[in-house]
Design a protein around this ligand. Structure first.
Ligand code: HEC
Ligand code: HEC
Length: 383
């Protein structure tokens, strides 16, 4: 199993390297051929060859996959895989995603996450809770549930005029995906993790066909084939240097280290809606060395990447009672996530029902905290 997973990782990093050569290749082509590419054939009709379904899950595998989905994914992607429940997490049942994205576009997003977005990595090798078998099985479970038929996509680069592509992008796409592809109400198309994992054809397929039952429209009848290629090339040109890191779990804090500043005073927070503490108030309390427990409620792999000093990982799917059993009931507890609040809220509600009354959620979440310039630290990272 270990050997198998290493092989797969090697394969993946090979793919990533290939993606980079694709990028440099596209850039070269652009430099060499320049505007001649604009004259590519207009409005060809797209014919995709169908692929047979991948292996079918056994009943046992499907049961585990469904349980994993419920435990780890519902919070943002929704009970019925409909998406957009929290953080504009995409639909995990749209036909076009499962036609074009199985296995790798789905598997890799799930395994490694999307750096800088609320989507964390769930593979155990980067500190997540699922084994490689489990992420594969969950990928196929989502595919089976979607009822989609896979299409065969080329892994060749899509060529186009980057500058013309950007013009159309700003007009047609930026309102949802952001001027710099940073994502507003829709996925961050300029995200380095996404660009390292997704092929050009996968991106073009999404633009042509949209994502069914979501705000993402199909552009195949709205833009010309050349315009779609140009936008694809523009999006690809945003990919720079995302490399896959293997993070190892640093020793987790032991219960005797849970309380920050055990000798300090208790903070007195004014909570908004009886639940929320602001980044400013939390930072002041930390500077004054007040006594508290900080809970990072995201998937553990992202705690390793970055967390507020002293925060202990208590992911939203953990057994809360087990983790907090040694924490006295009077301590001030603050939970945060990147959602910006959904995962933390769910933990705080559980704690309150267990009798922990001095509890609050960090209002702006960890990304808001970082945007204000308040300090964070990294877990241990080894290549
Ligand atoms: C009205 C808002 C809106 C507009 C306009 C829009 N999109 Fe989207 N787009 C979305 C949403 C929302 C999603 C995620 C859908 C889902 O739930 O799967 C998405 C998904 C995508 C994806 C798939 C991303 C992935 O990782 O699977 C691509 C690629 C994409 N859009 C490109 C574009 C491009 C290029 C344009 C302009 C030509 C565009 N979009 C215009 C809202 C929009
Ligand atoms: C805290 C919220 C959150 C949780 C929990 C979460 N996701 Fe996501 N997920 C997101 C967001 C947000 C994105 C889009 C990020 C971006 O690219 O901007 C995303 C993207 C994805 C994508 C890429 C989809 C696409 O259209 O490209 C997949 C696949 C995915 N998530 C699967 C999962 C699975 C499976 C789980 C459970 C194991 C999970 N996610 C848990 C928020 C979440």
């Amino acid at each position: 199993m270990k050997r198998f997973s290493l092989l797969t990782l090697n394969f993946m990093s090979h793919q990533v390297k290939k993606d980079f050569s694709v990028i440099s290749f596209s850039i070269c082509c652009f430099a060499l051929l320049g505007s001649t590419l604009i004259h590519a054939k207009e409005s060809e009709s797209y014919q995709y060859e169908k692929l047979p379904p991948p292996r079918t899950l056994t009943q046992e595998q499907a049961k585990v996959a469904e349980a994993n989905y419920k435990k780890y994914c519902i919070l943002c992607h929704g009970e019925n895989r409909q998406g957009h429940v929290n953080d504009h997490a995409p639909s995990l049942r749209s036909q076009s995603l499962f036609q074009s994205g199985v296995p790798h576009a789905v598997l890799r997003a799930m395994s490694f996450g999307r750096e800088g977005t609320p989507m964390g990595g769930y593979l155990d090798e980067i500190g997540g809770p699922m084994s490689l078998d489990e992420v594969w099985n969950l990928t196929y479970w989502l595919f089976e549930k979607s009822g989609a038929e896979r299409v065969k996509l080329s892994t060749e680069p899509v060529h186009g005029d980057i500058q013309l592509g950007e013009k159309v992008y700003q007009k047609e796409c930026a309102s949802c995906h952001g001027k710099k592809g940073e994502g507003i109400t829709a996925p961050a198309l300029g995200n380095q993790s996404a660009l390292a994992h997704n092929t050009d054809e996968f991106i073009r397929y999404a633009i042509r066909h949209g994502r069914q039952d979501t705000p993402m429209p199909a552009f195949e009848n709205k833009l010309s084939s050349t315009e779609i290629d140009n936008i694809t090339a523009f999006i690809r040109s945003r990919g720079k240097d995302w490399t896959m890191k293997t993070t190892v779990l640093k020793q987790l804090p032991t219960p005797d280290k849970y309380i920050i500043n055990p000798q300090g005073d208790n903070p007195k927070f004014k909570l908004q809606d009886g639940l929320y503490v602001s980044s400013e108030d939390l930072n002041n309390a930390l500077v004054k060395k007040q006594r508290m427990v900080l809970l990072d409620t995201r998937v553990t792999s992202v705690w390793q990447r970055v967390h507020i000093e002293g925060a202990i990982p208590l992911p939203y799917y953990a057994d809360v009672a087990e983790v907090v059993k040694d924490i006295p009931k009077d301590v001030q507890i603050i939970a945060y996530c990147s959602c910006p609040r959904a995962a933390a809220d769910s933990i705080i509600h559980q704690l309150r029902s267990m009798g922990y009354k001095n509890t609050a959620t960090l209002y702006e979440g960890i990304f808001g905290w970082m945007n204000f310039g308040y300090p964070v630290m990294h877990g241990e990272i080894s290549e």
